[in-house]
Every structure is written in C-alpha cells, then in structure tokens.
Design a protein around this ligand. Structure first.
Ligand code: ADP
Ligand code: MG
Length: 394
C-alpha cells in the first residue's frame, strides 16, 4: 500500500482539513479520562503547525446519533489540545456552514481550529456527498490521521477525498506501514498470537493469518473451542459449540499449510468466574465438568514464550486469559514479557491486549502498538480499509 503522506505535499499557508481520532473516554463530569488518542495525533498536528499550515481538525466523539448533543461536544478536547500545543485551539460550534467558514477564514498560518463533533450531522455516517463536499470546501488539502475510523466509509474519512487531495497523517502512515509490512513481507519466522474471549470475533483474522504466518499461537477463551474440537473436555469453560466444526477446519488448514499451531497444554481452572475463586493449574486433559479454564497454565506460557523468543515478526491480538482478574493474568503477563523482549518486529493490536500491555508497563518495548481496535482487526483480516484506500497513491 503506497499512499502519499502529509510530508509529500507543500502545506505552508494552505488550509488543511485533518481527520483525527479524538474519540476519547469522558467521565460523568465530561472530563477526559484517557488522552492517549489526543497524544497520538500530536505529531501530525505539530508538523503542520511547524510547516505553517492552517490546521482545521475534525473528529467524532461518542455516538450522538446524528443530532447535536453537547454531552458529546469536543470542547474538552479543544481545551486539552490548547494545553498540549501551547497555543489557543478554538472550537467552531459546527463543522460545516457559515459558523465553520467564518472560523476558518480567521485562521492564520500555524494556527489550529477544531470543528465540533462531525457526528452531530446524520450525513456523516451516511457518507452523504453534499455534506462531504461542504466539509471539503473548508480546506484545500485533506489529511486522514484517524486510523481507528479508517474501516468506516464516512463523509469525513472517505467522502471528502472526492473533492480535495488526500494524504496520510503520520499516525495513519505508521499504522499502515507497520501492519502492512508485517502482513505483506514479514521477516521470518512470523508468529501470530491470537486470544480473547471468542472465536467468532476473530475468525477472519485467524483465516487470513493462516495464509501468512509460520506459527499461530491460540490462547484465551477461544482456545477452549479448539481444545474441544481436538477431543478434550472443557467443563464449564466459555465454549462456542456452533464453531466446533470451523475450529476443526482451521486446525486442518494449519496442517495443510504447514503452519505450527500452538494450543494450550495446561490451563488455570476455577469453579466460578470470580476474582477470588480458588483455582488450580491442570493439563488440558484434566479439566473437570464443574471447572472453567480462565487462563493458560505456566507450561503453556513457557512454550509460547519460547516460540515468541525466536520470532522475527510477532503480531499479538487478544489476551491469554481473564487478565482483568489478577489470579488469571499470569499467562497474559508471561506472553507480554516474551513479546516485549523479542528482538524482532512486535505489533500489538486490540483494545484489551493494548490495555494489558500498558498495565504491565511494557508498551514502550513494543515496535508498534495499534491505536485502532476495529480498524486493526479488519486490517489483520486482510480487508481494504476505505479510509486508507481513498488516499492519494504515492
Ligand atoms: P482485544 O480487545 O485485545 O481484541 P478481546 O476483546 O477479543 O481482546 O478479548 C478480551 C476479553 O477476553 C477479556 O475481557 C478477557 O477477560 C476475555 N477472556 C480471555 N480469556 C478468557 C477465558 N478463558 N474465559 C473467558 N473470558 C476470557
Ligand atoms: Mg476487546
């Protein structure tokens, strides 16, 4: 995927519409509880300021369902951006029309304007062409830096590109490069680790990765369906009966492709889904009828870690157990450590996996942490993301 980036175009003195992902979590008082996404957008914004562009930021926040709802106002984001950029970032009360036009006309080179929540208009998610054109009218160039929404063809991610030239922001470029390179021309061995609750969430990812990896490690709740497919009894564990046949097919496909499939050989079981439930580690052949597997066991974790340590490329999506509970977090911790100390390219995607890696303090030891949950999943599924596809070719 060879797309032009913001660095490939002259921006000085020009009005640049930047689609960012400012969909940050807010508490009851409307205070930002995690500004990771704002921080992730800064390199592109700072670059544009430094180059003397007139920066017009657009984003959605939450699900206002196409109506003005000040609960989802971007005002807190404007304030946080003003602090981070050490310059005043005004909020235009609407993202299109006279209000927006007037605010844009006052912009000087190197100044930044934030447009109010683009999803206050129902036309945004419908990718309405008139609305997209109205947005595009504000600027001469478009930069998409919202990887997290790139899997949606909305007016502010796809529609605008029909009216003004479109470039990848620095965050977008990083996401597409790291994940694209890993999938298209990985250094080998290429190992993928897939976990999380359900097989059904990640069928597409497993199918696509089976075409590309040398080894596939499966842990977490979804491993139970694979274990059952292999004939093990999994007791009360999370299990998707209707996916047993599919699991069997995937096991066969791995064999046919020569992909080493690693499933847990031992698990941590408990009789209740509770943080303080008594638990024990057993071999996968020893799960009792009244027990559920809530984490991979230490023997599995060591096996997985050994496999990871020799990899040149690692993609990790999905925790190995119910890591939210300390008693069942050890498998995920061990795998996180192994990925962190792996000398190859390491990429972590998925909301919960990223949270786990951050909680364990090893995030900065990863080559790349993907900021887009749904978008990174679709990328790993091998799908074309409309927000990426729409950018100008290099
Ligand atoms: P990600 O957000 O990284 O893509 P998922 O959302 O697919 O990950 O899965 C994360 C969830 O899976 C966590 O809430 C975790 O508690 C749950 N999970 C992991 N292992 C198990 C298990 N053995 N039984 C039940 N739930 C599990
Ligand atoms: Mg999740």
């Amino acid at each position: 995927m060879n797309k032009k980036s913001v660095k490939d175009v002259k921006v000085r003195g020009r009005r640049v519409l930047v689609r960012a992902d400012f969909n940050v979590p807010l508490d009851e008082q409307g205070k930002i509880t995690d500004d990771t996404r704002i921080r992730a957008s800064l390199p592109t914004i700072e670059y544009l300021i430094q180059e003397g562009a007139r920066v017009i930021l657009t984003s959605h926040l939450g699900r206002p369902k196409g109506k003005v709802n000040l609960k989802y106002s971007l005002a807190p984001v404007a304030k946080r951006l003003s602090e981070k950029l050490a310059q005043d970032v005004q909020l235009a009360a609407d993202c299109v029309g006279d209000v927006a036009m007037e605010a844009v006309s006052k912009l000087q080179d190197g100044q930044v304007l934030l447009l109010e929540n683009v999803r206050f208009h129902a036309e945004e998610e419908k990718n309405d062409p008139t609305f997209a054109r109205d947005l595009a009218t504000l600027a001469e160039l478009f930069v998409n830096d919202a990887f997290g929404t790139a899997h949606r063809a909305h007016a502010s991610t796809e529609g605008v590109t029909h009216y003004i030239p479109a470039f990848a922001g620095l965050l977008m470029q990083k996401e597409v490069e790291f994940m694209g390179n890993a999938l298209e021309r990985p250094d080998r061995p290429f190992v993928a680790i897939i976990g999380g609750a359900k097989v059904s969430d990640k069928i597409g990812v497993i199918e696509n990765l089976l075409e590309k990896v040398d080894a596939l490690i499966i842990g977490g709740g979804m491993a139970n369906t694979f274990l059952k497919a292999q004939g093990f009894k999994v007791g009360k564990s999370l299990l998707e009966e209707e996916k047993l046949d599919l699991a069997k097919q995937l096991i066969e496909k791995a064999k046919a492709k020569g992909v080493e499939l690693e499933l847990p050989i031992d698990v941590v079981v408990a009789k209740a889904f509770e943080a303080n439930a008594p638990h024990r580690t057993v071999r996968v052949s020893e799960i009792q009828e009244d027990e559920m597997a809530l984490d991979i066991g230490s023997a599995s974790a060591e096996r997985f870690a050994a496999r990871i340590s020799t990899a040149k490329t690692v993609i990790w999506n999905g925790p190995m157990g119910v890591f939210e509970m300390d008693a069942f977090a050890k498998g995920t911790e061990r795998v996180a450590q192994a990925v962190a100390s792996c000398g190859g390219i390491t990429i972590v995607g998925g909301g919960d996996s990223v949270a786990a890696v951050e909680k364990m303090g090893v995030a900065d030891q990863m080559t790349h942490i993907s900021t887009g949950g749904g978008a990174s999943l679709e990328f790993l599924e091998g799908k074309v993301l409309p927000g990426v596809a729409a950018l100008n070719e290099a």
